[in-house]
Design a protein around this ligand. Structure first.
Ligand SMILES: NC(=O)C1=CN([C@@H]2O[C@H](COP(=O)(O)OP(=O)(O)OC[C@H]3O[C@@H](n4cnc5c(N)ncnc54)[C@H](OP(=O)(O)O)[C@@H]3O)[C@@H](O)[C@H]2O)C=CC1
Ligand SMILES: O=C(O)C1=N[C@H](C(=O)O)C[C@H](O)C1
Length: 270
């Protein structure tokens, strides 16, 4: 198989730099482009140097169309607005588009669905193997225990994170809701403040913590009368997400256009 030609968008970001290192480490891929937004301070820099490795001979640019024309796959951990625009571009060119960006609103999912008529999109709030396995455990536990066990999802991330609850917390919430055969949107409690009254049976609660340099911690608590189960994942670095994105791109290249999840990539779909 020829090397997959990959563009990393948001190249100067925390995930962008981890993605550049992961692509450089993968013999079945070649970095052909590094994209940043117009006006970014890192435009013109070598992508390898930016990522803290050897120079790769790829300068960071803001010319999305030119880069997409010469690519097979785009790895995108940026912002919702940027990702929606890149999905449309990837769709017109039939590219693989791996989307790690979180905080995309439900009403914008339609844009991704339309783009996936042309593009092979893999989208997940968390690209790590561990979290996707955890989602299966949460689904199973929620189904087995039912609403007698109160379900709460706690997450903590670094002080720079801009969206809440995290994409992972929502992914785990969806897994729990699937296990209980309910719709998450109608049963989630995302904020508590003041005189809230007692907990409503059958709801799924979210709690958000932000601080320091925490890469990403998630805990799902199933609290019953007299006992409690806690299912936890702690990300120790961003390589786990970047490695997952690389795996997703290689997998998606062999698929038909469509909208896929990380569970599809890992063969964990129910
Ligand atoms: N699914 C998963 O496994 C994971 C998902 N994430 C998600 O990935 C996203 C990025 O996270 P993180 O790397 O920490 O954030 P950063 O803010 O560090 O990186 C985002 C980068 O995207 C750049 N950017 C913004 N707009 C554009 C544009 N139009 N074109 C090109 N680049 C653009 C930003 O530039 P500038 O700063 O100049 O605006 C920045 O360099 C978040 O949504 C986060 O939740 C993170 C980790 C794992
Ligand atoms: O913004 C982050 O950093 C992360 N975002 C993802 C999320 O919203 O869940 C994944 C990971 O936890 C890191």
């Amino acid at each position: 198989m020829a090397e997959l030609r990959v563009v990393v968008v948001g190249a100067g970001g925390r995930m962008g730099r981890a993605l550049i290192r992961a692509v450089a480490d993968e013999s079945r891929m070649r970095l052909v482009g590094a994209l940043e937004r117009p006006g970014s301070a890192v435009l013109g820099m070598d992508a390898g140097t930016l990522a803290g490795i050897e120079p790769l001979g790829v300068a960071v640019t803001d010319h999305a169309s030119d880069l997409f024309d010469g690519a097979d796959a785009v790895l995108d951990f940026t912002s919702p607005a940027a990702t929606l625009a890149y999905a449309e571009l990837a769709g017109t060119r039939g590219l693989v588009h791996v989307i790690g960006t979180t905080g995309i609103e439900a009403q914008d999912e339609e844009t991704l669905r339309l783009a996936s008529h042309g593009a092979r999109i893999v989208k997940s709030g968390n690209m790590s193997l561990g979290v996707n396995l955890l989602a299966g455990l949460v689904r199973q536990a929620a189904a087995a225990l039912g609403p007698d066990f109160d379900l709460e999802i706690l997450e903590m991330h670094h002080r720079h994170k801009v969206d809440a609850p995290s994409g992972t917390a929502l992914l785990l919430g969806e897994a729990a809701a699937e296990g209980r055969e309910i719709a998450l949107g109608q049963h989630s409690v995302r904020v508590r403040d003041g005189h809230t009254g007692p907990r409503e049976r059958g709801t799924i609660g979210f709690a958000t913590l932000r601080g320091g340099s925490v890469v990403g911690d998630h805990m799902v608590v199933l609290a019953g009368e007299g006992e409690r189960i806690e299912l936890t994942h702690r990300a120790e670095n961003r390589t786990i997400f970047a490695r997952g994105a690389v795996r997703a791109a290689l997998w998606a290249h062999e698929q038909k256009p469509g909208l896929y999840s990380m569970a599809d990539v890992l063969g964990l779909s129910t």
